[in-house]
Ligand binder design. Structure first.
Ligand code: AG3
Length: 278
């Protein structure tokens, strides 16, 4: 019998991956956690039935969330990562030996435990000495922070369920306050394609724009996320992702499979139908 994992995108569209082996399913205080081995995409992680990552294409998402801001401000030393229990963003950040501190705030400890055990590809750097993990609500955590971080990366789930608070104006305002003057906020920004996702993206962007003087959107192709066309938010207190691009990034010798400087310059160019939403 064939076993398939299916994520429903709309009433009329869905995406399925053929499953080789069911690894584990657990119910945490916050959500359902599933891990499978698939034929075409390696091991996969789903939360509440939504695909969070596959081993095959997670590098695209995690590199684009991390190296874009790192290449804009060469003086990023203190970083906060919100969500991201799988450790993919942390793995990318630890490639920079001049980062001093990486705080990670994840609401669901069970996600981290499961990823440590079953998703070594992303969780491999969670024990780096610079990483401090807080199992708390992200919104509550940033409320008490002031002028502390150079970079905040919000690797959340979709804007409903446990990740909902991370799409509020209050959260973005607290991130602004928690960032230093050269601070950058990156967030996963959903897809512009299917109407519900586009609306969520549009609402989030509006809120970010009302808080940060600079708020832009960039894109990447992620085959296993809804529509494959994925957006990220870049917000800052002044730094411009193209104008302030550090030409010395290449000399750091950071190894990436997706990100490069040409792509950095190109990914802020958006299709007309997306521009109209912003
Ligand atoms: N962060 C969530 C991306 C949203 C995916 N949405 C969906 N499949 N409906 C992914 C976590 C990876 N670190």
């Amino acid at each position: 019998m064939d076993l398939w994992f299916t994520e429903y995108y709309t009433k009329n569209a869905r995406f399925s991956i053929k499953i080789d082996k069911h690894i584990i399913s657990l119910e945490s205080e916050f959500q359902r956690i599933d891990v499978f081995d698939s034929y075409g995409f390696g091991r996969i992680l789903a939360l509440d039935g939504y695909l969070m990552l596959t081993e095959k294409d997670e590098f695209i998402y995690h590199e684009m969330m991390t190296h874009i801001p790192m290449a804009v401000n060469p003086n990023i030393h203190d970083v906060l990562v919100v969500g991201a229990g799988d450790g993919g963003v942390i793995r990318e950040l630890t490639k920079y030996n001049y980062i001093n501190k990486i705080d990670m705030v994840e609401i669901d400890k069970l996600v981290v435990d499961v990823c440590r055990k079953y998703l070594a590809q992303t969780a491999c750097k969670l024990d780096d000495l610079r990483v401090h993990i807080y199992y708390e609500d992200g919104l509550k955590f940033v409320r008490s922070k002031y002028n502390e971080y150079d970079l905040i990366i919000v690797d959340s789930t979709d804007p409903f369920g446990p990740g909902e608070d991370l799409f509020t104006k209050e959260f973005y305002g607290n991130c602004y306050k928690a960032l230093k003057t050269e601070g950058i906020l990156i967030n996963q920004h959903e897809s512009p394609y299917y109407p519900n996702d586009a609306l969520a993206m549009q609402k989030a962007h509006k809120k970010i724009k009302s808080v940060f003087p600079k708020a832009l959107v960039y894109q990447a192709h992620i085959p296993t996320y809804p529509s494959g066309h994925w957006l990220f938010g870049f917000a800052s207190k002044g730094l411009d992702p193209i104008g302030d691009l550090n030409t010395g990034w290449k000399t750091l010798g950071i190894k990436t499979r997706y990100y490069n400087t040409d792509l950095h310059k190109g990914c802020f160019a958006l299709p007309n139908y997306v521009k109209e939403l912003l």
